[in-house]
Ligand binder design. Structure first.
Ligand SMILES: [Mn+2]
Length: 355
């Protein structure tokens, strides 16, 4: 919890900070926010990551100091692990031998740290880093503020998602007072993509399909598409959101082939439709409205199965017998959503291996 984190920081000196593989805005913004906070306290922090900093986060203050390494290969008093569901998520060898501090805002995290500070009411870990500044008595510098703001604006989908709270805006307002220019951050993060992303999108978007009800959509990206567009792994970030911009669509799956027959899958939903439960069934996790997992198998069958699960999630919600946020029990099977039912057919053309 927070008080243990404060005590540790006050007592120790050399810290590493890391986040998950393929770090995102919250992982990087929070890691660097904490880096600048520790610097302000005269400590010796270092941010280490398994993967390099994506293009869109290259302008974050301190991004150039991040050391890319496959292992925790130096001596530290403690390693802060930012928004990871388990100890393997940072992809760093030797991490399990360290004094680990697990900082996360996902309730699904396993308590793998020696210290675990979990706040599932925080919109982003960035919000927690801001709280840590307050608790430890450091006024957010412009560097801290820019990093934390980037975490907030990316994890809340520019303050669109349901994790956006009154407190999120309160923190954002404090960060603006500390010198953040929202337009500058948004320009750097959201309007700074390489052309290959557009190339890739032009191949992925025609694969968009929806079920008969129009409420569940899916789209896919093959290895061949990525190759043709000469796209990087991060170029597909955010593609899952395009079908969600359609009024009727309540849930969407984006299947991205990362090896033949292996699909990194992003799930999104609106309102009370819970996709985190679906991701958890496959060893993934996330939030009610944004989750991810890895699926394997035949393209069409995998897609049909995930669409069927999304349809079930949407129907459970619509019938008022599913998750309404009041219960943590898994949705009951049987009743009006028999598990043996045939998966719904996708309309608008047959599904080929590559579209
Ligand atoms: Mn986050």
């Amino acid at each position: 919890m927070l008080v243990q984190v404060v005590e540790l920081i006050e007592a120790k000196r050399r810290f590493a900070i890391t986040s998950h593989i393929r770090p995102d805005g919250d992982g990087l913004g929070s890691s660097l926010g904490l880096y600048w906070l520790l610097k302000a306290l005269g400590k010796e922090p270092e941010v280490i990551m398994r993967d390099p900093v994506p293009h869109s986060y290259g302008k974050l203050p301190g991004a150039e100091t991040i050391r890319v390494t496959p292992a925790v290969d130096r001596e530290y008093d403690a390693v802060f692990v930012i928004e990871c569901s388990d100890i393997t998520r940072p992809g760093l060898d030797e991490l399990d031998k360290q004094f680990v501090v697990n900082i996360d805002h996902h309730a699904t995290t396993s308590l793998f740290g020696t210290i675990n500070w979990i706040d599932s009411t925080a919109s982003a870990v960035g919000e927690m880093i801001y709280n840590l500044c307050k608790a430890i008595g450091v006024r957010p510098s412009k560097e801290i503020a820019e990093c934390v703001y980037t975490a907030l604006v990316t994890d809340t989908g520019s303050f669109h998602y349901s994790n956006t709270t009154e407190r999120t805006f309160k923190v954002a307002s404090e960060l603006l007072r500390a010198g953040v220019k929202p337009a500058k951050v948004s320009q750097a993060v959201f309007n700074n993509y390489p052309w290959s992303k557009l190339e890739l999108l032009s191949q992925v978007l025609p694969t968009a399909r929806h079920d008969e009800s129009g409420r569940v959509a899916c789209l896919r990206q093959t290895l061949a598409m990525q190759e043709r567009a000469a796209a990087s792994d991060e170029d597909s970030d955010g593609f899952v959101n395009y079908p969600m911009s359609v009024g009727e669509v309540e849930a969407c799956a984006f299947l991205k082939e990362t090896a033949p027959g292996v699909y990194r899958t992003s799930l999104r939903s609106k309102g009370d439709v819970n996709v985190a439960r679906i991701a958890e069934k496959f060893g993934g996790g996330g939030h009610r409205n944004a989750a991810g997992c890895t699926l394997t198998g035949d393209w069409d069958e995998t897609e049909r199965n995930i669409v069927a699960l999304l349809v079930e999630a949407v129907e459970n919600r619509s019938n008022g017998n599913g998750d309404n946020g009041a219960s943590d029990q898994p949705p009951t099977h049987g009743g009006n959503t028999p598990t043996g039912q045939l998966p719904p057919t996708l309309i608008r053309g047959a599904l080929n291996a590559e579209r």
